[in-house]
Design a protein around this ligand. Structure first.
Ligand code: ZN
Length: 216
């Protein structure tokens, strides 16, 4: 990552309540869909709680390091229960809870915009400088090759896609930035939430031609 935005930073920001709305939405959607994400987040919270409970404020006692290590051991041992899916989520697996305000009648009823290889719906997010979009790709279809002027944070809601970073499945959170040049392709029909903080830059042979049309 060129300037250090990582999943850990996003989870910490979410725990601290400091993320802009668009980034918080993408993290909440990841947590709603990913048991692994919930486990990781729960460990963060348990660790933070253990440290607060056991570490003295300055000046540090002579045994502070041992106490910290013991606290970390206890946090590792602690059985952290990940939040379970709510009854509503089990009834409607298609719209994760964080996205319900934007798709109250389901994804199918949204006014999708046809972009050729993809369909998109832009969420009305009030975070200056950010765009949050739902993107649908049919299996085998792809987004033209591009890189990023800022960050692109994607959560897979359904299906899967692949790019230079691997195969991404339901619940996965994928961060791409200026160091990533990719052409994501859906393995199967795929629906994603993608948040960007700067326009993408198409890098394929038709990039300049497509750029004004396909502003993904
Ligand atoms: Zn990208």
């Amino acid at each position: 990552m060129s300037d250090g935005l990582t999943l850990d930073e996003l989870l910490l920001g979410h725990a601290a309540g400091t993320l802009p709305e668009a980034l918080d939405l993408v993290v909440r959607t990841h947590l709603a869909l990913s048991p692994e994400g919930r486990r990781r987040y729960a460990i963060y919270r348990a660790l933070g709680g253990a440290l607060l409970e056991t570490i003295e404020p300055v000046p540090l006692r002579a045994d502070a390091w041992e106490r910290l290590e013991r606290a970390l051991d206890r946090a590792d041992d602690r059985r952290v229960e990940a939040p379970r899916a709510t009854a509503a989520e089990r009834r409607d697996i298609r719209v994760p809870e964080p996205l319900r305000p934007y798709a109250p009648e389901g994804f199918e009823r949204l006014p999708w915009r046809n972009l050729g290889p993809a369909m998109e719906f832009e969420l009305p997010i009030a975070t200056p400088g950010y765009r949050a979009r739902l993107i649908r790709l049919k299996g085998g279809k792809g987004i033209p090759r591009h890189t990023h002027r800022g960050h692109e944070i994607t959560v897979v809601i359904e299906g899967s896609f692949r790019d230079v970073q691997g195969v991404h499945r339901r619940g996965d959170l994928v961060i791409a930035d200026a160091t990533v040049d990719h052409s994501p392709v859906a393995d199967e029909d795929c629906l994603c939430l993608a948040v960007t903080d700067a326009p993408l830059k198409l890098t394929g042979p038709f990039g300049r031609l497509l750029n004004p049309i396909l502003r993904i």
